[in-house]
Design a protein around this ligand. Structure first.
Ligand code: GLU
Ligand code: ZN
Length: 300
């Protein structure tokens, strides 16, 4: 990463912004500010069945209220209507990249369901073993579109976790880029967007750690010459095994606002939940760089 990095905050409008998102925002803005970089806002509504305009409107309001200000694509850009950083407005871009992959013989149609894959592969797995690779199934709507991934290891250095090696061909197999409902997948949309929006620093929760190897491999296939850098941070846990989810309404930002918490109290509380600070305190969005000092975090 040379020069000032560009990172992104990329929520999916499939639920309310909650404390887990606030932790992510602390790391995204904190690392960006510390490294002299910028933050881009992207609305990841690739899943057309689960995304809701009302959730998007609410999360834009909550982000403004918290005081996390994107340097590129401020919230007002999304409120105006179509926006180049909203995935549902980027269909033509994904289609063009898919056409190029298809022309290179990288894509094939797949009719396997998730259950079938889990059953026939004999384990609970999301790795797709490539059964449809040579069946000549056309890339029609109604079938899954998959990329032929090459075998091999992906190595990267996580800014917070150190050196990592992953085997995307073994853990994920041939990555789906479009599902049978016609949605571009998370994997594909995020890789295309990070490349075409010049994002070179990806800061996200450790729940997406395993997605990184496949994303680096897929990015190379669509023409990325230099992989992005990655930092995977801890999650807010509901219990020892269970991460917080959108269903946990009591941590939703609108509810915390209703209870009368200030933005700085919410940010401080989120920071406390992942042990970035020892005691509850109020921390404004402008101050978060001091919470995520790379020299201290990387050695913990
Ligand atoms: N949109 C994803 C989410 O809400 C985050 C994507 C990413 O950081 O790669 O969990
Ligand atoms: Zn198949």
């Amino acid at each position: 990463m040379t020069g000032s990095p560009l990172t992104r905050f990329a929520p999916a409008p499939t639920g309310l912004l909650h404390l887990g998102h606030v932790v992510n925002a602390i790391f995204v803005w904190g690392l960006a500010r510390q490294l002299g970089g910028r933050v881009l806002l992207r609305i990841e509504d690739h899943d057309r069945q689960r995304s809701r305009p009302a959730f998007e409107a609410q999360l834009l309001d909550d982000l403004d209220w918290l005081g996390f200000v994107p340097d590129i694509y401020p919230t007002s850009d999304f409120r105006r209507g179509p926006c180049p950083s909203r995935q549902s407005d980027r269909d033509a871009i994904y289609a063009a990249v898919a056409r190029r992959l298809a022309a290179e013989g990288r894509l094939y149609g797949c009719t396997c369901t998730r259950q079938e894959i889990a059953r026939r592969a004999g384990r609970q797995t999301s790795a797709y073993p490539g059964w449809c690779r040579d069946r000549g199934i056309a890339l029609d709507p109604g079938v899954t579109w998959r990329v032929r991934m090459d075998p091999g290891e992906v190595a990267f250095t996580d800014l917070l976790r150190g050196p990592v090696r992953q085997q995307p061909a073994l853990t994920h197999g041939d990555v789906a880029i479009r599902d049978r409902h016609g949605n571009w997948t998370y994997m594909f949309a995020v890789v295309v967007d990070d490349l075409l929006q010049d994002v070179d620093l990806v800061v996200r929760g450790v729940d997406l750690f395993d997605a990184t190897g496949p994303q680096i491999a897929l990015a190379a296939l669509i023409g990325r010459s230099q992989p992005a850098r990655f930092a995977h941070h801890p999650l807010v846990m509901k219990g020892p095994e269970q991460k917080l989810s959108k269903a946990d309404g009591d941590t939703g930002i609108p509810e915390l606002r209703r209870r009368g918490m200030s933005p700085a109290a919410v940010i401080g509380h989120a920071a406390r939940l992942v042990d970035l600070i020892a005691d509850e305190e109020e921390i404004s969005a402008e101050e978060v760089a001091r919470l995520v000092r790379l020299d201290q975090l990387a050695s913990r």
